[in-house]
Design a protein around this ligand. Structure first.
Ligand code: 5RP
Length: 220
């Protein structure tokens, strides 16, 4: 069994949070969520509306027969299901490897319940080994990078990548993220930063970690 199977195990386990029926469902972005989307048509009757976190996910949802709604139309979400690049047992997440962090953070913020699905390689003691994605307004890229260097991080421009919002991404290596909430707040203060890939102020409510045997589920 490889990581794909572990992701699939996590995705399947997330269906339990749809089983009772959800009003509005938010769907994230990435290879783990991509294991979930093909399973959703069987739950169609239980889902009132779906909001997607990226153009890539919207395309897959359309293929699966769902017409996505905008968050403005739907209001708040009952459940949001998304993956992560890193997760801690304290429910703090590092996200944005796929570059969809801004819309993901908005949907997580608007959700009553945030279910994070990931394979066991994503579970870490401390966030930050995976480079931290930061979405920036294009004209601020160099300025934000200089501020990050002052914080002892090493910023790398994700060259050629444009987010769904028309912005750019800086991937920050070697940041010491001892206190994820504090770091999220600090990075958010830099002018030109749109979104930081730390999900600590609004972390997951439920962590579903897929492994060889099935899943391990923990809840706040
Ligand atoms: C995209 C994300 C994804 O949730 C994160 O990158 C995890 O992806 P995957 O499920 O492919 O490992 O934050 O912006």
């Amino acid at each position: 069994m490889d990581h794909k199977e572990h992701k699939k195990n996590a995705a399947k386990a997330a269906l339990e949070y749809i089983e009772d029926g959800v009003g509005a469902l938010g769907i994230g972005t990435g290879s783990t969520v991509n294991e979930l989307i093909p399973l959703l048509p069987d739950y169609r009757d239980r889902i009132d509306s779906i909001v997607s976190s990226s153009e890539a996910t919207t395309q897959l949802l359309t293929k699966a027969g769902f017409e996505g709604k905008s968050l403005n139309e739907v209001g708040n979400l009952d459940v949001y299901i998304d993956g992560a690049d890193e997760a801690t047992k304290h429910f703090d997440l590092l996200k944005g490897g796929g570059g969809a962090l801004t819309r993901e953070k908005i949907l997580a913020g608007a959700a009553r319940r945030f279910i994070c699905i990931a394979d066991e390689t994503k579970l870490v003691g401390m966030l930050g080994k995976f480079p931290l994605p930061i979405e920036v307004i294009p004209m601020a890229r160099s300025y934000v990078s200089r501020q990050i260097i002052k914080m002892r991080g090493q910023p790398f421009w994700r060259e050629g990548f444009v987010t769904d919002n028309g912005n750019e991404i800086i991937d920050v290596h070697n940041l010491s993220i001892v206190n994820p909430r504090e770091m999220e707040t600090r990075l958010n203060q830099i002018a030109g930063v749109v979104t930081v890939g730390l999900f600590a102020h609004r972390g997951a409510d439920v962590l579903i970690i897929g492994n060889r045997k099935g899943v391990k589920v923990t809840q706040q």
